[in-house]
Design a protein around this ligand. Structure first.
Ligand SMILES: [Zn+2]
Length: 165
């Protein structure tokens, strides 16, 4: 490999690693780019202001994910044009399958966010689906699509593990 080719290859692999890391991060860590809500004294849980706060968080998060999906598609189109030789293509296919899985996760997450936004619009948001208690502002800010309180979620996860080993 000539020095120039090597430099190009290194730069290319660094670039794709970076974009992959960014994509994974968006999906795995929940949305954090917001100011935590500070309820006033005696404020009702899930009043209009709070619903609006979560509506904004969910919308921004959705927009970020959509942009990420676009970036992945563009990246794959660019890379496809960049790998003429078969040895490179094997690496490329592996990368693509990782990116496709990431996109699949992103698409599922966007669907979940859409369903959650619907629930905010119907003012049916922020209460545990299983036991009915308040999920809580801090937990919802960490996981805006949460439909269960911590206790019910943990119980379900334990049951899940017992069923599936
Ligand atoms: Zn619960």
């Amino acid at each position: 490999m000539t020095a120039k080719a090597k430099t190009t290859a290194t730069r290319r692999s660094t670039a794709s690693k970076r974009s992959r890391a960014a994509a994974v991060q968006t999906v795995d860590s929940q949305f954090h780019n917001f100011t935590p809500y500070q309820p006033k004294k005696g404020e009702h849980y899930m009043n209009d202001a709070q619903l609006e706060h979560f509506h904004d968080i969910l919308n921004n998060w959705r927009r970020e994910l959509m942009e990420e999906v676009d970036r992945t598609v563009h990246h794959m189109q660019e890379e496809a044009a960049n790998f003429p030789d078969p040895a490179d293509r094997a690496t490329q296919e592996e990368e693509f399958s990782i990116e496709l899985r990431t996109r699949d996760r992103e698409r599922k997450l966007i669907k979940k966010i859409d369903q959650t936004i619907d629930r905010v619009d119907q003012e049916d948001y922020g209460f545990c689906d299983t036991c009915g208690i308040e999920i809580g502002l801090r937990r919802l800010e960490a996981r805006p699509t949460a439909t269960q309180c911590v206790d019910c979620k943990s119980l379900d996860e334990i049951k899940e593990r017992q069923i599936h080993g």
